[in-house]
Design a protein around this ligand. Structure first.
Ligand SMILES: Nc1ncnc2c1ncn2[C@@H]1O[C@H](COP(=O)(O)OP(=O)(O)O)[C@@H](O)[C@H]1O
Ligand SMILES: [Mg+2]
Length: 227
């Protein structure tokens, strides 16, 4: 598919992204949601950004694991989009064309919150190149897991074996701006972005809130169930 080609998001399955600051519980919620979809016989697939494809996982390693050099802020924006092109073209679009649900652990709102609101790269520039990287495709529903700074920093500090990535080691003010950035995004796109507040020690309560948004959304779409 040519990068300039735009595809219509209507008539497709259901594209759901999970967003939020580090440690907001996204991966935990993704596991619960995929179990929910499975138990309810929905045809779905899932992925994570950056990564998800061979090229994407290499870019992920460069972006997150390599601590021995600095990556220029604008180069960082491009690298995330380079991973995204493959992710969208190779994983998301085929699943949606198949009438499936696609669950994504992060998508383009993370570029806006991290590199834009927190990193200070021009928002219009980021949004412009996102539109190329995604072929114009937007999630139909975004669940924003809204966490406070203290919880986020604590989760980062507790990462297994002190294994923090290149973004996580940034200063606490950066993470504060990420959290605020995500809130701004939810205020800007209230129809698409639904906020699930963090409930300490109760991922199940968060899951129930998330499921209520997912059910509302799925009732409006013509997504496939397994035979
Ligand atoms: N509601 C919650 N209360 C307390 N701890 C949680 C909750 N949700 C997730 N956790 C724990 O917090 C850590 C970060 O959660 P994770 O799902 O990996 O977040 P993310 O993928 O957003 O970084 C994990 O150790 C996880 O088990
Ligand atoms: Mg995670």
């Amino acid at each position: 598919m040519a990068a300039q080609e735009k595809i219509s998001a209507e008539r497709l399955g259901g594209f759901i992204s999970l967003e939020g600051a580090d440690g907001c519980g996204k991966s935990t919620q993704l596991a619960l949601l995929s179990k929910y979809l499975k138990d309810n016989n929905y045809a779905f697939s899932q992925g994570r950004e950056p990564g998800g494809t061979k090229v994407g996982e290499e870019i992920r390693r460069l972006l997150l694991s390599r601590m021995d050099f600095k990556i220029n802020d604008v180069a960082e924006v491009f690298l995330f989009q380079a991973s995204r092109v493959h992710y969208v073209a190779d994983l998301v679009i085929p699943a949606l064309l198949n009438g499936e649900i696609f669950l994504s652990d992060r998508f383009y709102d993370s570029s806006i919150a991290y590199q834009g609101y927190a990193g200070g790269v021009n928002l219009d520039f980021i949004k412009h190149i996102i539109s190329y990287a995604t072929f114009g495709l937007s999630p139909h529903l975004t669940l924003l897991f809204d966490v406070d700074l203290e919880t986020s920093l604590e989760a980062i500090a507790n990462r297994q074996g002190g294994d923090r990535d290149r973004i996580e080691v940034k200063e606490s003010d950066y993470h504060r701006r990420v959290i605020r950035g995500f809130r701004r995004i939810s205020e800007t796109y209230p129809d698409r972005v639904k906020v699930v507040p963090y409930v300490s020690n109760n991922p199940q309560a968060m899951h129930e809130r998330a499921v209520s948004y997912v059910e509302d959304f799925l009732s409006t779409r013509n997504v496939n169930k397994k035979k």
